[in-house]
Design a protein around this ligand. Structure first.
Ligand code: 2HA
Ligand code: ZN
Length: 270
């Protein structure tokens, strides 16, 4: 058996959550990440017949029955993951139509997966239908995006257009834009379903007055989506109260589309 700690996705997850903490996106136990794992790769490092315990999920996910996830723990601090991965992270297999999660590794202090597991798993199901190479769901609390959600219209097209106008790269990184949910109670199946619904049309979903979700093929894609949107939100907050003398026009954004082979969400540019 190979050492689980040498599995590339394990190393990458530990580095990524450490970096997320360093960016100030994950105060205390804020934020959560889950990665869909490849069974064959996992079988080289872990006895898949050895179930430590079974944890009820509180939701159904028949499409993901039998699938494996590396996931951050509820109440756990991203800043601590690098020092004690086996306490702060877990590897689970969904069974019983997604109603149970069999713990195969981790959460050694008796802990459990993130309180936002419903939003993660429901989002994985939606994104996998759209893209078979989809693997990662990431949630965090970036200051500027959260601040922006207090002072900007939550209309998705308007929110996205503002971000696109703040930095040329934005439309290249997230041509599908950002979707936005109004404030909702977190940790519930309702916000999980709503988030997954929003994932049908975009890889970024802002939770107003709370944070953001990203979905992607790997950890770098999710991190890059969030850091680009967050930078745009930061620029917006720096200039929102100042007279605007110059801007990136829709005509300019159409030039970016043509040059970089991206297509903005239908109808979101004039
Ligand atoms: O894990 O971020 O949304 C704590 C949270 C809840
Ligand atoms: Zn949160």
């Amino acid at each position: 058996m190979k050492d689980l700690m040498t599995l590339p996705v394990m190393t990458e997850l530990i580095r990524t959550v450490t970096n997320m903490y360093a960016h100030g996106w994950d105060e205390r136990n804020g934020g959560n990440v889950s990665v869909l794992l490849d069974e064959a790769e996992l079988a080289d490092c872990l006895d898949l017949n050895r179930v430590h315990r079974s944890i009820p999920t509180g939701f159904d996910a028949p499409e993901l029955d039998g699938r494996y996830f590396l996931v951050t723990g509820t109440g756990k601090y991203f800043k601590n993951v690098q020092y004690e991965p086996c306490k702060n992270l877990g590897i689970v297999r969904l069974t019983d139509g997604g109603r149970q999660a069999e713990l195969l590794w981790g959460f050694t202090d008796g802990g459990s997966f993130t309180s936002e597991f419903a939003a993660h798993i429901m989002s994985h199901a939606v994104r996998l239908r759209l893209d078979p190479a989809h693997r990662v769901v990431m949630h965090c609390h970036p200051n500027n995006l959260v601040a922006m959600s207090f002072v900007h219209s939550l209309d998705e097209r308007e929110f996205t257009r503002t971000l696109w106008q703040m930095e040329t790269e934005c439309i290249i990184v997230f041509p599908d834009g950002v979707n936005v949910l109004p404030w909702m109670l977190c940790g519930t199946n309702e916000i999980g379903l709503a988030t997954a619904g929003k994932m049908q049309t975009a890889r970024l979903v802002v939770w107003a007055n709370h944070g953001i979700y990203a979905a992607g093929r790997d950890l770098d894609e999710c991190f890059g989506l969030i850091e680009t949107a967050e930078k745009a939100a930061e620029i917006y907050l720096k200039i929102a109260h100042l007279p605007r003398l110059n801007t990136i026009t829709d005509e300019d954004l159409h030039k970016v589309e043509a040059r970089y082979g991206v297509k903005a969400r239908e109808g979101w540019l004039k």
